[in-house]
Design a protein around this ligand. Structure first.
Ligand SMILES: [Zn+2]
Length: 154
C-alpha cells in the first residue's frame, strides 16, 4: 500500500482487526520509509460486471433489470415471489463469480431460460420468445411444441 505522505510503495501492517459490525477489516499501517502511520479498510467488493449486447453495445449489469424481465415473463402465473427472487439471486451469483469482467447478454439469457424451464413452462416460453426474438410465428410454434414434449417426458 502506497504511503499517502511520501508515496513510498511499501508499508508494514502493525495491527489488523475487524470493524465493529464485521463488515470490513481495519489495518493500521506504518510507512517503511518515512514512518508515517495510516489506516486502510478491506471490504467485500462484488465485481462490476459489464453486459455485452448485440452490436457490441455495453452496459453495466443490473440486478433490477434482470428481475424485471423475469417478473414480466412470470406475470399472472402462480409463482411465488420468493421463487423468482431465488432465481434472480442465483443468476446474479453466477454472473459475479464467473471470473469475467464482461459477459455476453446471450449467456445471461441462457441462464434465465435454464432457470425458468424448471419453474414454469409458460414463463419459459414467454421469456424465450422475447429473448430469441422470433421473427416467424412458425419458429415459435416449433419451439412451443418442443417445450411441451419435454414437459411430457418429465
Ligand atoms: Zn511514507
Amino acid at each position: 500500500m502506497r504511503c499517502p505522505f511520501c508515496a513510498h510503495e511499501d508499508s508494514q501492517v502493525k495491527d489488523s482487526r475487524p470493524t465493529e459490525d464485521h463488515s470490513a477489516i481495519r489495518r493500521r499501517r506504518q510507512c517503511t520509509s518515512c514512518g508515517a502511520r495510516f489506516t486502510t479498510f478491506e471490504r467485500v467488493q462484488l465485481r462490476e460486471i459489464t453486459v455485452v449486447k448485440s452490436g457490441d453495445r455495453r452496459q453495466p449489469f443490473e440486478r433490477g433489470k434482470l428481475e424485471k424481465s423475469i417478473t414480466l415473463a412470470c406475470r399472472k402465473r402462480s409463482i411465488e415471489a420468493e421463487r423468482i427472487d431465488q432465481l434472480v439471486s442465483g443468476i446474479q451469483r453466477q454472473v459475479e463469480t464467473a471470473g469475467e469482467a464482461e459477459i455476453p447478454s446471450s449467456r445471461i439469457g441462457e441462464m434465465v431460460m435454464d432457470g425458468l424451464r424448471q419453474i414454469d413452462s409458460v414463463a419459459y416460453i414467454r421469456f424465450a420468445s422475447v429473448y430469441r426474438d422470433f421473427s416467424e410465428a412458425r419458429d415459435f410454434e416449433e419451439f412451443a411444441s418442443t417445450v411441451q414434449e419435454a414437459a411430457r417426458g418429465e
